[in-house]
Design a protein around this ligand. Structure first.
Ligand SMILES: *Cc1c(COP(=O)(O)O)cnc(C)c1O
Length: 391
């Protein structure tokens, strides 16, 4: 293969380009009609009541932590196997990040490890959990809901990897990731390697009207002009006119532009086809690596894995990574455990704290997984991996 094969890549069609060009010719570059249209279509797709478009997934996490009341000293639990933004959002608000280990069967935050951490502290010590649908494997949010309710915690689902993913609860009910039925809030990213590309972009989903209204204000500086939300006029205040608005709390400019929303919304129209293509690619990898020295995670019946990533685990991961680069295959590592990042080590986290996460990191490698990966490219990737491993 002459062209490098990345682990993830966006797919932009002529329709996508036309949608963005239309915005450029129109009157609104930023808060135009595409924002609301994208929010409505996305909420529809996910199956939740409300969606709030924001500048990126990290901004979405930050605003969620603000809306959930994270402040100095608030303690929040997340997984070490995630992109660091899942933890950083707590720090932006002055909160303290705690980690628990992963389940080696799924590479997701292990509920037993969270339960054990909770049991070591009095009730009220922790405020919330940020579970992550890592690689696209949906967290059993029903189990986390039950645990959270026992301990009075909120749940913020990082669904950046899992739009369209779903799990089946013990009653047989399917829940789409971020559908608002279990976690208070969920977030998505529209970075080009994710399922839907908007350049940069993010979305918050919820079924909670109060959180929704608060998030709308927070993404635009903390300003509102909605009649029902305004304070009473003070004595002697000049009469309020059409210009009137209030800065009610300290928010941010975390808005999405209309150009990005148009691109995201155009991509969303093809999301089902792109989702199925990811499933097909995963199935082909699954079949190729079954009964070999290559470890894979295959979800059981009832789990609809969204396959943002396709991760294999091998003993000589560094050797395989280097070998694949010589073949122009840009496999990647997801993730270096967050608790081992120098920034988090200063808080006392250290090697050995989470053995399952650390063992996973030592062996994991993400192979190319994106809807436009061709069958020939995938065959080449599979053959190269097998050649190195000797399978
Ligand atoms: C991509 C990603 C984010 C951050 O999203 P951005 O849009 O890049 O800010 C957060 N969490 C996870 C798990 C991600 O993969």
């Amino acid at each position: 293969m002459n062209q490098p094969i990345p682990y993830g890549r966006q797919h932009i069609t002529d329709e996508d380009i036309a949608a963005v060009a239309d915005v450029l010719r129109g009157p609104f570059l930023t808060q135009g009609p595409h924002i609301g249209a994208f929010e409505t279509a996305f909420a529809d797709y996910i199956g939740c009541r409300y969606a709030v478009a924001v500048a990126n997934g990290t901004a979405a996490l930050h605003l969620c932590c603000m809306a959930l009341g994270v402040t100095t000293g608030t303690r929040v639990i997340t997984t070490p196997i995630t992109f660091s933004a899942s933890a950083n959002c707590v720090r932006y608000c002055g909160g303290e990040v705690y980690f628990a280990d992963i389940d080696p069967e799924t590479a997701l935050l292990a509920i037993d490890s969270v339960r054990e951490l909770l049991s070591k502290h009095p009730k009220g010590y922790f405020s919330g959990i940020v579970p992550v649908d890592f690689a696209g494997y949906p967290v059993d949010m029903a189990a986390f809901r039950e645990l959270a309710d026992e301990h009075g915690l909120w749940l913020l689902e990082d669904s950046c990897h899992s739009p369209g993913g779903a799990f089946t609860d013990t009653n047989g009910t399917m829940h789409r990731c971020g559908d608002g039925s279990l976690a208070e809030l969920a977030i998505f990213s529209f970075h080009p390697v994710k399922h839907i590309a908007a350049g940069e972009g993010g979305m918050i989903t919820t079924n909670d009207e109060a959180l929704y209204k608060h998030l709308l204000r927070l993404r635009t500086h903390g300003i509102t002009n909605k009649p029902g939300e305004l304070t009473e006029p003070y004595a002697g205040e000049p009469e309020r006119g059409g210009w009137y608005m209030e800065l009610q709390e300290l928010g941010y400019n975390y808005r999405l532009t209309d150009m990005q929303a148009a691109l995201g919304n155009s991509q969303l129209q093809r999301v089902d086809a792109m989702f199925s293509r990811r499933q097909e690619i995963a199935k082909r990898y699954d079949d190729a690596f079954a009964n070999s020295a290559i470890s894979i995670i295959v979800p059981p019946e009832g789990i609809s894995h969204a396959y943002h990533l396709y991760v294999i685990q091998v003993d000589d991961r560094k050797g395989l990574y280097d070998f694949l680069r010589t073949r122009n295959i840009m496999a990647q590592v997801h993730y270096i455990p967050v608790h081992l990042m120098p920034y988090y080590r200063q808080f006392g986290w250290k090697p050995g704290d989470f053995p399952n996460a650390e063992r996973y990191y030592a062996r994991c490698l993400s192979l190319p997984m994106f809807p436009t990966l061709t069958d020939a490219e995938q065959e080449y990737v599979i053959a190269s991996v097998k050649e190195f491993v000797g399978a």
